[in-house]
Design a protein around this ligand. Sequence first.
Ligand code: ADP
Length: 623
Amino acid sequence: MRVRIKGIPLWGWAAAAALYFGAAAAAVEFAWDRAIDALAEVGAHRLDLYAASLKSELGRFEMMPAIVARQDSVRALLGAGPAASPELLREVNAYLQAVNDEAGSLAVDVIDLQGSVIAASNWNQPLTFVGTNVSYRPYFKDALAHGSGRFFGIGTNTGMPGLYFASAVRDAGKPIGAAAVKLSVDALESAWRTPGEAAMVIDGNGVIVISTVPGWKFTALRPITAQQQRDIQASRQYAGRNVDALPYRRTGDWNSNAWLGRFPDWRRPGRTTRFLVMSRPAPQAGDSVMVLLDVAGARRQQQLALAFVTGAFLIAGLYALYAIQRRRTIAEKLNAQDALRLANDRLEMTVAQRTAALTTANERMQQEIVERKRTEQRLRDSQQEVVHAGKLAVLGQMAAGLTHELNQPLVAIRTLCDNARKFVERDQPAQAVANLERVARLVDSMAVLTGELKTFARKPDVERVAVSLNEAVAHARLIYEARIRDERVQLDVNIPSGTTVWAESSQLQQVIVNLLGNALDAVRDEQKRAITIAAAEPDERERVLFTIADTGAGIAPEVLAHLFEPFVTTKPRGHGLGLGLAITSRIVEGFGARIAASNRADGGAQFTIEFAAATSQRMVHGR
Ligand code: ADP
């Protein structure tokens, strides 16, 4: 797996880091080089300046001892030796004092051949040079030997460092003594003092004799050899001091006349600092001028360069990240667009496919509809055929039933008629009349039968009105009054008074007569003979539930399913045609009501009619 951070692979980060470190190193190096070069230029300039000022400063005094040496009084004093008059000594002393004051040197003195100072500008001061012996001082020796001498040293009397110039005093070409001038280098030191820099003059021993850092004066930059140490002690050059080495460390070369070194920092005691060190020979032989320049500025340049590179990298990095992010966003957007276009294409394709499928399905459906319509037509045709067949069947049944029902009375009438003729022939009119009366009764009962058929055939086209249930029940009860009494049937009627239903009065009576008649038939052979007729108050749907229940054997299961069909009966021939309930249900339907039959849990049958309550003024017309 490729590791990525912010979408950039690891090698990218590594390359960026390498580039950054490379650039930073190069920038730091470049800044350092440039800054040190600039510093070296400053150093060279300083060295020029210091050498020039040293030269001019020393030049001012270089000729002074020679001039003093030519003074007649000086030569006279040296020539006279110990026999010199006090006036001459006073004159020379006064002269030296005047010259010293005029030139601005530290002291001017005259030394005899033995090295004793016999006259001095400071003759009248407590630390006068007069009387001191300087025979061991190199400037004196050099003056006697070569005519002139020069020397950095610390005054043995005053303890003040200074530069000594000496010149031989001659008489007839032979040295008779020397004249010496001592000058202060304080002015040079203070003139050279620059912040962040140190300037110094190093003598032939490698000892710092002039220094803008006071603590470094008379310390050595080079190790002092035993011979040198002996010479120094002999000349009491540094007033008998031990010359210590300045604790510095050379850290590297810059160019032929500049190097880098770590020196004690005079501004922060106890710390060391890196300096660019440059030196050049001083105007006077054997000495050299040296400057130390603090490289802190260069280090600041380095830090600046580093900061610049870092800043540039950060900006470039941020821009790169932004660009990458932007590219990625654009790529994602393009991808999303592609995906969208693809999805769109797919959707269009799907829609086209679905549309085609739908069109096919639609066509199939249309075909199916046509097919179904055709089937329906066929069904209707066959239904009509069935109805027709059913009608024929009913007619057949009816014909059979009627034939049976009518045949018996017809046979009886035939027999009665034959007998009546015989009775007339035998002149027995009373029997003939009795037979004819029986014939009339039989004809009546046949009329009842055909009347019932008429009722069955008649269309229930009636006008419905509000009919009192209690009244209809009372009428039926009246018809069966004798039976109820004779057969000791307990009849309970429980109908709230004023209960009216939408019906037709005589048809409603017929319905109740039919149902009550069946109930009476059902309980006739039972131990307990009870019939209950009841009606409930109209419900929220304005329906009135009318029930007639008996304690008979209940409806036979095979009968129950076909109860309301014509010619269904369990009664013996001559007692029932099986038309009662068929007629009843048709009448009830004509009222807009519904009839249902069931067997009660505790035995007996129960018929229920759901009437429309005639409580409102609504009038419903039958079909
Ligand atoms: P019918 O009374 O001429 O038989 P119906 O149509 O009135 O014709 O009755 C059909 C049959 O329904 C009856 O023969 C009888 O078997 C059954 N039935 C009707 N009412 C009752 C009832 N209350 N209890 C038991 N059976 C009944």
